[in-house]
Write a protein of this length. Structure first.
Length: 441
């Protein structure tokens, strides 16, 4: 058994036993209440699932196994340029709860390199699609096509014991993560560069090789890709893509199908596709204003016009956070270090100063601050990755790290099929009537 697999198995076995003991003694403990507003409001903030790999704090933002993004940028092993953390290190942390050593991260990089061969039929499947097919649609189809390689599906059909579910899932998770950069880069080069594909460079780490296959070999872009893949990796379990992966996985669908489901959620305009909409909104604003360097007053007028038209400001507002998204701030610090004189970056910063006060003045927005989507596009555009309808695929490659690490945990801890109870509006009306009758009496 490989060292990461062995460590994960030991951690998961100990935690599974601890959870079983806790539930045996305290399983009936009431820990939360549900309101009608939450039932009708998309289950907002209802505590109803366990997510081990990260936790979202309203004030401090995302924490991976208790570590904030600024902390991880300091303590995780870095790329060859020693500037930004390698995503491999974050995956190790999410899977084991331990900060990996340089040697452990290097081992994981080599593992993913070894497992990264994509079956030819996946490329043939992609080539059968119209070039105009949205990159996220291609990505979802490619992931589904790789399901033919699932260890879990094969072993389950052969009669896999439930105590071994975690083992087959671990193998699928490792193989799928290893192959995603190759698939994503193939989609990018096929869609936007005439099918002029770039062979992998196995001397590079996971993020650096991804940048290379996309066609961007600038050292700073490789650093950006490592940062991007790290900060987008997970955002606790309640977001749509994470929850979808958890739900589909709870049916014992394998990692490929569960992740494909997650990507259909990420492709929605209210979730991962927002990063594409941010760039589109900024381009529309610059076109309407007739300048690439608008003033803050011009930006404010356009923002108000957007709101008056009944539209949202893409990239602003978050269901949980009550402060600027640390992922936005991490990208801002990267831009301040490398590309602070870029016009698009300056627009993003000016929007950052302009939008929150306007949203606050409306009195309807609890969190008027930017989320991660508000900055990522400007960085990518600076380095030449201007095809913003590809950005959600980048997001998806990163998000695989968190949702698939958690899928392995869900299998190891023996989590059951997710099946919340639904109600009807008639039921809700009866509850209100009972409440009013009780208060009147």
């Amino acid at each position: 058994m490989d060292p990461l697999k062995q460590l994960f198995h030991e951690k998961a076995t100990a935690q599974r036993n601890a959870i079983r003991a806790m539930l045996k003694e305290h399983g009936e403990l009431v820990v939360d209440q549900v309101t009608l507003g939450q039932i009708y409001g998309g289950a907002r903030s209802i505590k109803m699932m366990v997510w081990e790999t990260s936790d979202l704090d309203a004030e401090e933002g995302i924490k991976f196994r208790g570590y904030s993004i600024p902390e991880l940028r300091e303590i995780l092993p870095k790329g060859q340029d020693k500037k930004e953390p390698r995503p491999e290190g974050l995956f190790w942390l999410m899977l084991t709860g331990e900060i990996p050593t340089e040697e452990q991260v290097e081992w994981l990089t080599l593992q993913w390199t070894h497992r990264s061969n994509v079956p030819e039929h996946v490329f043939h499947t992609l080539d059968a699609l119209p070039i105009s097919t949205h990159p996220m649609t291609q990505f979802i189809i490619a992931v589904t096509a790789m399901q033919s390689e699932s260890c879990f599906a094969r072993r389950h059909e052969e009669g896999l014991h439930k105590e071994e579910y975690w083992d087959a899932t671990y193998e699928d998770v490792m193989n799928l993560i290893a192959r995603l950069p190759r698939v994503a880069a193939y989609i990018y080069r096929r869609s936007f560069h005439g099918g002029d594909h770039i062979a992998p460079d196995i001397s590079k780490d996971w993020g650096g090789n991804f940048a290379h296959m996309l066609g961007f070999d600038q050292p700073d872009f490789r650093s950006l890709m490592r940062l991007y893949l790290t900060i987008h990796a997970d955002h606790e379990g309640g977001n749509a893509s994470a929850h979808t992966c958890h739900l589909v996985g709870s049916t014992l669908s394998d990692a490929y199908l569960a992740f494909a489901g997650a990507m259909t959620s990420l492709a929605g305009p209210l979730h991962g596709l927002a990063n594409q909409e941010v760039v589109g909104w900024i381009y529309k604003m610059l076109d309407a204003l007739g300048t690439k360097t608008p003033t803050k007053d011009q930006i404010a007028a356009y923002v108000k016009a957007t709101i008056d038209a009944g539209q949202v400001i893409p990239g602003y507002g978050h269901a949980v956070l009550r402060k600027p998204d640390p992922r936005f701030m991490a990208q801002k610090s990267f831009a301040e270090r490398y590309i602070k004189h870029d016009d698009m970056v300056q627009v993003v910063w000016d929007v950052f100063e302009t939008v929150p006060p306007i949203l606050e003045s409306l009195g309807k927005v609890k969190n008027p601050w930017p989320n991660v989507d508000a900055h990522s596009g400007a960085l990518l555009i600076h380095y030449g990755l201007t095809e913003f309808n590809f950005y959600t695929v980048l997001f998806g490659v990163s998000r695989a790290l968190g949702v698939l690490a958690q899928l392995a945990w869900s299998r190891a801890l023996g989590f059951p099929l997710e099946r919340p109870k639904s109600v009807t509006t008639q039921w809700a009306e009866k509850q209100v009537a009972k409440h009013l009758q009780a208060n009147h009496a």
